[in-house]
Every structure is written in C-alpha cells, then in structure tokens.
Design a protein around this ligand. Structure first.
Ligand code: GDP
Length: 316
C-alpha cells in the first residue's frame, strides 16, 4: 500500500482490502458438512468427526484471509493439524531406547500382549519379535496362553521360524507363574526382551480377566500392548475401554492406564477406512505403537500420525 502511494497507485489500497476477507461460519458450513461425511465414511465415529469440524470452525471463524487462498485448503490444513494433534497427544513411547536402557541395567524388558480372540495377537507378537531381532535385541517368548488348545504349538512354530527362544510349560498351569519363570530364566541368560503371549479373552469373561490381572500384577511388564483390529470400528473403541476399565478395577493399580500401547492389526485390510485409529486414540488416550500390514513377519510399521491424516483427508 505504502509502495503503491509512493508510486501514485491509489487503487492499490482498494485492491488490498478487496483481497482480504474474514472467514464466516456460513462460508464454512458446506465444507465442514462434506468433511464430516468424508470422515465418517472412513470410519471416524460421528462424535469425533463432529468434534473435529467444530474445533476447526472455532479456530477459523473471524480469521482474516486473502481471497487468493482457497478456503478449502485453509480448512484442510487446519483439520490436518487437529488430526495429528489428537493422534500424537497420547504419551509417546520410545521402545528401542527403553529396551536399550533395560539391557544396560542387565534386566530383560518385559512386554505383555493382551487382547480379545482372533485379532492377530500371536502374529503381531511374532512381528514385534522379528522387528526387535532386526535391531539386534535377543528375545524370549513366554507361552502364557495356557487356555486355548494349540496356542503353545502355534507359538512354537513362530519361534522356530524366527529363531527365537520359547519358554513354555504346556497347559493347565497358572500363566502368571509361567511368565515369572520365563523372566527369571531370561535374566539368567542375559536375554534382552521377554514377550508374554496371553490368552485372548473377551473383556466380560471374569475368570480370564482375573487371571490376566494377576499375571500383570505379579510380573509388572514394562509395556502392556493391546492388540486390536483396525477393521472393527466403534466396537474396537468400546473393547479397549472396557478391557482397560476391567483391568483397572481388578488390579487396583496406581497406574493411570494399565494398557500402555496399541498394536493395530490388519491395517492392510481396511483400504482407506483408517478412522478407527483416530477414534481409538481419542477415546482411550493410549498411543498406537505398531500397525500390522499383512500376514508376514516383516509386515509391521511403527505408527505415523501424518500418514493417517493424509488418508483421512484424501478425496478417495
Ligand atoms: P490370535 O488368535 O489373536 O493369536 O490371532 P492370530 O495371530 O492367529 O491371527 C489370526 C489371523 O489373522 C491369521 O490368519 C493371521 O495371519 C491374520 N493376521 C494377523 N495380523 C494380520 C495383519 O496385520 N494383516 C492381515 N491381513 N492378516 C493378519
């Protein structure tokens, strides 16, 4: 404008004011409605979709923008920020650093895998064994699913393929004692990580939930990972909340959360419907640590919030 005046270009001021506008609630409405539709199509629960668009509207209404900027791109950028903020808000865990410092203290780092039946628990556990082995950590698997026939044999097959130590005492034994003995043996042998496989159970199966609460209370794993399927949508959210709630009640722990992290399995089967990831983290405040992307051991990724945001906001 100053430059324009100096050059005698008085029309410059009008041009500048013409090129700036304030975002109004009305101007956002068509965009937020279509975004909400897109998010729910991709499995974001409708209350979280509502919350996201409301947050974006609150951030943007009244903001001065140049008319050269497309309102859609402003809204999308703001939405992307909100999605990444939610996905990154849960406390991050730097697993490799934590395993490394346990090794320095000459004790095994203990990871317990928990979850309901058939979600891919033993496959996901095996993927983490593979991932840790690739980082040069030695791993022992403790076969603590003493409930389901065939569980120990299944784990033995995984361990043979992965060339990893297996600690098993068959069936009909107290899984918390097996885990304890495995940790003792791993300590004696200088093994870096003990992975405890537990029986899959529904959160309302009282005897099995009690057994799991005992296993966790006795062995105090460094990390308790809940394996949940990416394809279950809202059911997955209530599953993890009820699981956590039941464990809290049974363990009477001081810990804010018994479950430390989520392994989201079968991510390769959901196409662009990645909304469960957002709903899970938002509802539980538990971070997603790993994502399972296939049936092979190598099919595991550490979780990247940015990737989820990109898929959620993509047109298809
Ligand atoms: P568990 O009963 O919870 O221990 O489940 P399993 O580990 O036996 O897995 C059940 C099925 O899910 C098997 O056929 C696995 O190959 C499959 N599975 C596990 N994780 C994934 C994944 O990330 N992607 C796909 N496509 N299949 C998976």
């Amino acid at each position: 404008h100053e430059g324009g005046k100096r050059l005698g270009l008085s029309w410059c001021r009008d041009l500048v004011s013409f090129r700036e506008t304030h975002i109004s609630e009305e101007s956002l409405l068509p965009l937020t409605a279509s975004i909400k539709h897109k998010l729910t199509q991709k499995n974001v629960t409708s209350d979280i979709a509502d919350l996201l668009v409301t947050e974006v509207a609150q951030k943007l209404v009244g903001k001065k923008v140049s008319t050269f900027q497309s309102l859609a791109s402003i809204v999308y950028r703001s939405l992307e920020e909100s999605i990444i903020r939610i996905l990154s808000s849960a406390k991050k865990i730097d697993l490799l650093t934590e395993v490394g410092s346990a090794r320095k203290s000459r004790r095994p780092f203990v990871i317990a895998f928990v979850g309901v039946n058939g979600v891919g628990k033993s496959t996901s556990l095996s993927k983490v064994v593979h991932w840790l082995s690739q980082q040069n950590f030695s791993v022992m698997v403790a076969a603590c699913d003493t409930f389901r026939a065939g569980a120990v044999e299944q784990l033995r097959t995984h361990c043979q393929r992965l060339d990893c130590a297996l600690f098993e005492r068959g069936y009909e034994r107290d899984p918390s004692v097996i885990a304890q003995q495995a940790i003792q043996q791993a300590t004696r042998q200088g093994i870096d990580v003990v992975m405890i496989d537990t029986a899959g159970r529904m959160q309302d199966n009282e005897p099995l939930m009690r057994a799991l609460a005992k296993l966790l209370s006795v062995n105090l794993p460094d990390l308790t990972l809940f394996v949940g399927e990416a394809l279950v949508g809202n059911d997955g959210v209530s599953q993890i909340l009820q699981f956590e709630h039941r464990l809290q009640a049974l363990m009477q722990t001081e810990k804010k959360c018994v479950i430390d992290g989520i392994f989201l399995s079968k991510f390769d089967t959901i196409d662009n419907k990645v909304g469960t990831a957002l709903s899970l983290v938002y509802a539980s405040s538990i971070p997603i640590m790993f994502v399972g992307t296939g049936q092979m051991y190598k099919d595991v990724r550490t979780f990247q919030a940015e990737n989820i945001a990109t898929v959620l906001l993509a047109d298809s």
